[in-house]
Ligand binder design. Structure first.
Ligand code: FDA
Length: 300
């Protein structure tokens, strides 16, 4: 019930607008690295000092206004320039719906092409995050289109989709992030139970570790992480072929532990003033995250 409650809140436009206006509140600062580029670069430097690499996400999604999508593009390019100038260990994660996917496909394609092109000049990787089912195929279409011109891109496979295995096969030569999937999807297209999703998740990770280019295992689930640790050992999969990823602010001890054990580790670093939807989805995923928030709110 709490999951549905927070999912509902995540789509509330009024609260979203208020959140933007009043800055990071309700403990969101524990899971959002900053509201501007300078604060974000500082957070990246702190993580880099522990041998942790970062993927930076300019918060925002489901944009319906062209000017807003263009502002988002400019902000992402500003981060790319800052990453290059500061020489920090980071790349970019972007969401097509922030860059105009819901407005007009060619407009979105132009925006993402510009981002990928600037990043390509600096040899910087761009990951296309995957959103809900309605946006899945158009997002893969963007990846396909830009792959004709650039090789600095990769994407995400969401294990809850029935089609995930087929997509994994198609994109095996890409650097892929494999996740369980964060959105509420209908039973016609996606597994609904935790057991089925977890089983498919493990299956896809194992397949890509054995057959794919590079695997980012993005999860906070210690059962999955332990399974992967054993699997790579048993199959002699070199450490350079994969990394673990977690979201900024979650399971910090485990992030540091994995990095200190010599695993490649990458933290997903969200920043910006459009933090509200992201934050509510994290609460929907795991209502226990409220504990984290409460500590932040009351430990002043
Ligand atoms: P899950 O939430 O299933 O938890 C499993 C178990 O792990 C829990 O029962 C608990 O024991 C433990 N656990 C989990 N979180 C914990 C915590 N904070 N503290 C202590 N124990 C905890 N989704 C998407 O659709 N598109 C995308 O592009 C991305 N991108 C992405 C990037 C990165 C870096 C991450 C980590 C995740 C995503 N996701 C995503 C989100 C992903 O699909 C998924 O919704 C969340 O990661 C939640 O699932 P988990 O695998 O983390 O574990």
């Amino acid at each position: 019930m709490l999951k549905a409650f927070f999912m509902g809140l995540s789509q509330n436009q009024l609260l979203n607008d208020a959140a933007k206006k009043y800055g990071l509140k309700f403990g969101a600062q524990t899971v959002v690295a900053g509201t501007n580029v300078d604060e974000t670069i500082q957070s990246i430097k702190e993580l880099n000092a522990y041998g942790i690499s970062c993927t930076v996400d300019n918060l925002g999604e489901f944009v319906r206004d062209k000017a807003q999508a263009i502002r988002a593009k400019e902000q992402i390019i500003a981060v790319i320039e800052a990453i290059h100038e500061d020489g920090v260990d980071a790349h970019i994660s972007l969401k097509p719906s922030q860059l105009g996917l819901d407005i007009d496909y060619p407009f979105c394609l132009d925006n993402v092409r510009e981002i990928v092109s600037v990043a390509s000049n600096y040899n910087l990787f761009i990951n296309f995050d995957m959103e809900d089912h309605a946006r899945l195929q158009p997002s893969f279409d963007l990846v396909d289109e830009l792959s004709k011109e650039f090789d600095n891109i990769g994407t995400v496979i969401q294990a809850y989709f029935f089609r995930a295995e087929q997509d994994l096969g198609k994109y095996r030569n890409y650097r892929l992030r494999i996740v369980k999937g964060a959105y509420k999807e209908p039973a016609e297209v996606a597994y609904q139970t935790k057991k089925e999703i977890d089983q498919n998740y493990i299956r896809l990770i194992e397949w890509h570790l054995l057959n794919g280019k590079f695997t980012s295992i993005a999860t906070h689930d210690h059962h999955v992480i332990q399974h992967v640790q054993q699997f790579v050992k048993d199959h002699h999969i070199p450490i350079e072929k994969f990394e673990f990823q977690m979201l900024y602010g979650f399971r910090k001890d485990m992030q540091l532990q994995l990095a200190s054990e010599g695993y490649n580790f990458c933290t997903y670093v969200p920043f910006g003033d459009d933090w509200y939807g992201y934050f509510m989805r994290r609460l929907a995923e795991r209502p226990q995250n409220l504990n984290l928030v409460m500590k932040q709110v009351f430990n002043k």
